[in-house]
Write a protein that binds this ligand. Structure first.
Ligand SMILES: C[S@@+](CC[C@H](N)C(=O)[O-])C[C@H]1O[C@@H](n2cnc3c(N)ncnc32)[C@H](O)[C@@H]1O
Length: 323
């Protein structure tokens, strides 16, 4: 049996492409890629798998991340096959020698990705297009932009924004519970919205491109030119997975479970906050002289019997909560 992917993802959300790294490296092998660029490396979870592969093949990896977290800096410092560019994708793609393969997993919105594709297409035209691998070609990003840094994108190229939102697959707007995003398009769908829309628009302007979609872990897209010397080898790797109905059902089931679990987590969080405020109130009551007086008066009213409310009961209730 294969080892589970090392994803650094204790909640098992599946946000890293490391979950599909076996498919990615099979594609890289099929394309005979000697140079790979990963746009958006975050903490280096996929990067680590890429570097392991590169060390075996004598290949090199460039990680592009505008503000590299310490884990990625550390990974770079101990790997001679890895270099790090702390810049945005557009800058690096304009300057760097076009690599043989590019993983596009940076800012998941139409504007950013379209410009990335435009630069790649201009610098490596026709069948010289690198092998392109995309994350998030399925829900939620396929038809809905999200923005790491909306201020980096001209307002005319952005969708109307919604902040601190929750998204659910059956809801094209924003929902009270669901997966959380800091900043997303207020609505799903329509023109110039989402990762898959950007890829489709890029393909519509060029001949000979093929896109495979592996519908797992929010969707891996694989794009190549049919006349690339390695096109048939890549097509063979992805053919059994491309829009596979069984994978599609598993992914929609996984997403539904994730949304339900997230909603339960939200409810628990809200209940915890309510309980905490009640406990604060009880602690204040315990310390108040008014409660002592009320307890004594209540004892009198009960003719020596137990008071309606006692400090002992409140202490017990607080102890239960601490247990
Ligand atoms: C989803 S994470 C990448 C995850 C990683 N590829 C993996 O599979 O483990 C996206 C990353 O893209 C970075 N990012 C955002 N905008 C970017 C841009 N314009 N250029 C390059 N990276 C960007 C973010 O800082 C973030 O760390």
């Amino acid at each position: 049996m294969n080892e589970p992917a090392r994803t650094g993802d204790p909640d098992l959300i599946g946000y890293s492409l490391a979950n599909v790294s076996d498919v990615i490296v099979s594609c890289l092998d099929a394309a005979g890629a000697g140079t790979v660029m990963e746009i958006g490396s975050f903490r280096g979870t996929l990067t680590e798998a890429l570097v392991e592969w590169a060390a075996k093949r004598g290949a090199t990896v460039t990680a592009v991340e505008p503000q590299a977290p310490p884990e990625l800096v550390e990974l770079t410092s101990r790997n001679s096959h890895l270099s790090l560019r702390e810049s945005t994708s557009h800058e690096v793609l304009r300057e760097a020698e076009p690599p043989a393969a590019i993983v596009l997993d940076g800012d998941h919105n139409y504007s950013t990705l379209s410009r990335e594709l435009q630069i790649v297409g201009e610098r490596a035209p026709g069948s010289g297009l690198p092998l392109l691998l995309f994350h998030d070609v399925c829900w939620p990003h396929a038809r809905r932009d999200t923005y790491y840094a909306p201020e980096r994108i001209p307002e005319s190229e952005r969708q109307p924004l919604a902040w601190d939102v929750r998204l659910r697959p059956e809801n094209p707007g924003v929902a009270p519970t669901g997966l959380h995003f800091d900043c997303a398009a207020a609505r799903e769908g329509g023109e110039r919205n989402g990762v898959l829309t950007a890829i489709e628009d890029f393909m519509a302007e060029r001949d000979g491109l093929r896109l495979a979609i592996v519908p797992a872990f929010f969707g891996l897209g694989v794009l190549w030119h049919e006349e690339a010397p390695w096109a048939a080898a890549v097509a063979e790797v992805v053919a059994p997975l491309d829009r596979n109905p069984l994978l599609e059902r598993l992914e929609s089931n996984r997403v539904a479970q994730l949304v339900t679990a997230t909603a339960r987590g939200q409810q628990l969080g809200e209940e915890h906050a309510r309980l905490e405020s009640m406990r604060r109130l009880l602690r204040r009551m315990l310390g108040s002289r008014a409660l002592g007086v009320a307890e004594a008066v209540s004892r009198l009213g009960q003719r020596g019997g137990p008071p309606v409310v006692s400090r002992a009961e409140i202490r017990d209730a607080l102890r239960d909560g601490d247990g």
